[in-house]
Design a protein around this ligand. Structure first.
Ligand code: HEM
Ligand code: HEM
Ligand SMILES: [Fe+2]
Length: 473
């Protein structure tokens, strides 16, 4: 069996990817439940309430991405550093602790859906923090696992070859893990609470996770199309500088209406408006490197493609587009306080949330899973199959469809609830009673089903393509 000879770090990576993928499936199922409840409010009433389905949907999202990010690092570490990952046994043990903790937390959410909001709840049920929901005991467990992961990365990175990619990842992962602490302490003032909570949410997705994507894109381009390390790493440093430059103060776009001082309007407006620039740079980066490699091949007289993993490359290119569209364009739409006054907390936000998380992170992490399938099965050139093509088309088409439906629904809310009715209680309900809103919710459900069918095909492809004889070995 090929997996017996697989480097231990890469083996651990495949474990991380596997659990990530299962959680991805769970995320979509809970999303479908929540979307059905928008259309049929009585669906699963008091069995799996909307609040619980939604919590599970968005927390599974964050957790599967964190798992796949850890997996990506364990996968590339031996390639980049040229040595075996140090402390891998501890890494493997922590993996099982992580999986067990997540499983317990999910079961508790499903079995304990209502209860008092007191100290015991915070310790054993949940803390009430959207996206990073966890009982406190699990929070401490997550910190221990994250420290172990960072230790693996640092010990290996310091001893092995120090490429730009590894150096950036080392700095980035310390920030990524450290920021988690900002979401762990409890205050009974909701403004203060939200203030710190955004340090995790915004500074993750718009700073540390984006830098992570830059590093993974660099690694992927080198592995898949043989891009020149010098060029790729030069871009990486530029992106890191820009991402941190705009992303950190860009946090102000979440401080407009939560009771923070008014100077955040100007700071948030300016810096968050600059945020799409590094996303354009990342977009150009992928296409430029691709073009450059293709050009060099043509000059050398090779007409054959040089991409050694077609499905992964498709997902990486989709990442460049998706990040730019979902975070850059859909984010920019509502980032100025003058606009956000009307769009804040509408389905428009949800449209942006879906396209950004999908475009910027789901895509590239799925790409990394294909790179792992290729490596695990010793495949020289991994080709597309019917299911890989249908999977990517249905998933990307489905999410784009949901985004359009949500954008239209949000538009109705902006016009009716906010502009016309002045954000009153009655306006809130009138906005949702409109025909366009209702149809938007129907289409979101339909497109969600398309996405889920695409997911099933993706599962089939990832599980079977490694043994498919069409690939070059
Ligand atoms: C990949 C990167 C990004 C991801 C994953 C992401 C995701 C999200 C999510 C999930 C929310 C909703 C948060 C909540 O539940 O309250 C949100 C809100 C927001 N995002 Fe992003 N975002 C990204 C990048 C950006 C960028 C680059 C901009 C601006 C150019 C932006 C502007 C905003 C704004 C203004 C809000 C607040 C919406 C409101 O007031 O309701 N985002 N983002
Ligand atoms: C089967 C496909 C999916 C369906 C049916 C679905 C449905 C839903 C529903 C009903 C909500 C609650 C919205 C609300 O509270 O108004 C939601 C929230 C959310 N979903 Fe999905 N979803 C799906 C796939 C995805 C994917 C692929 C991603 C990202 C990779 C994602 C990311 C999110 C985020 C970030 C939120 C919170 C948005 C916010 O509050 O602004 N979902 N989803
Ligand atoms: Fe943000």
């Amino acid at each position: 069996m090929a997996s017996n000879t697989l480097n231990e770090s890469k083996q651990l990576a495949t474990w991380y990817f596997t659990f990530a993928f299962i959680l991805f499936g769970a995320q979509l199922l809970f999303g479908l439940v929540a979307a059905t409840q928008f259309v049929m409010p009585g669906f699963l009433f008091e069995i799996l309430d909307f609040s619980v389905a939604r919590t599970l949907h968005i927390n599974a999202l964050v957790v599967w991405m964190v798992f796949a990010m850890f997996g990506s690092v364990y996968w590339l570490l031996p390639d980049e550093t040229g040595i075996n990952t140090i402390g891998i046994k501890m890494g493997k043990l922590l993996y099982w602790i992580f999986v067990a903790a997540i499983a317990v937390v999910v079961l508790v959410y499903i079995f304990v859906q209502v209860g008092p909001a007191d100290e015991t709840t915070i310790w054993f049920i949940m803390e009430g923090r959207e996206y990073i929901e966890a009982p406190r005991w699990a929070d401490f467990g997550i910190v221990v696992v994250a420290l172990g992961f960072v230790a693996n990365l640092f010990l290996t990175g310091m001893k092995g070859k120090q490429t730009g990619i590894v150096t950036v990842l080392m700095a980035d992962m310390i920030a990524f893990a450290g920021l988690y602490l900002a979401g762990m302490f409890f205050t009974d003032n909701i403004s203060i609470d939200q203030y710190w909570w955004w340090w995790v949410i915004h500074l993750w997705v718009e700073a540390t996770w984006e830098v992570f994507v830059g590093a993974i894109a660099a690694y992927g381009l080198i592995t898949m199309i043989g891009a020149h390390r010098k060029v790729v790493e030069m871009w990486l440093w530029i992106e890191v500088a820009m991402l941190f430059g705009s992303g950190i103060l860009g946090m102000g776009h979440h401080y407009f209406w939560i009771g923070t001082p008014e100077y955040w309007w100007e700071i948030g407006a300016l810096f968050s408006a600059l945020e799409p620039i590094p996303l354009v740079a990342m977009f150009v980066h992928v296409l430029y490197d691709w073009g450059k490699t293709q050009g060099a091949e043509e000059e050398a007289g090779n007409s054959a493609s040089v991409i050694n993993n077609k499905p992964a490359f498709t997902w990486f290119v989709l990442n460049a587009f998706g990040n730019f569209l979902g975070a850059g364009i859909w984010g920019f739409f509502h980032t100025l306080p003058q606009v956000n006054l009307y769009t804040h907390g509408t389905q428009f936000t949800s449209a942006h949330g879906h396209l950004a998380f999908f475009g910027a992170y789901a895509t590239i992490l799925i790409g990394m899973m294909y790179i792992a399938v290729q490596g695990k099965n010793n495949i020289k050139v991994l080709k597309n199959t019917k299911s890989s093509i249908w999977a990517v088309s249905m998933i990307a088409g489905g999410v784009m469809g949901m985004t359009v439906a949500l954008t239209i629904a949000g538009y109705v809310q902006v016009l009716v609830s906010r502009a016309q009715m002045g954000a009153t209680w009655a306006g809130y309900f009138d906005g949702q009673a409109g025909m366009w809103f209702a149809q938007g919710m129907d289409w979101r459900l339909v497109m969600g089903l398309v996405t889920f069918l695409g997911f099933l095909l993706l599962a089939k492809d990832l599980l079977t393509t490694g043994k498919n004889p069409v690939h070059e070995r």
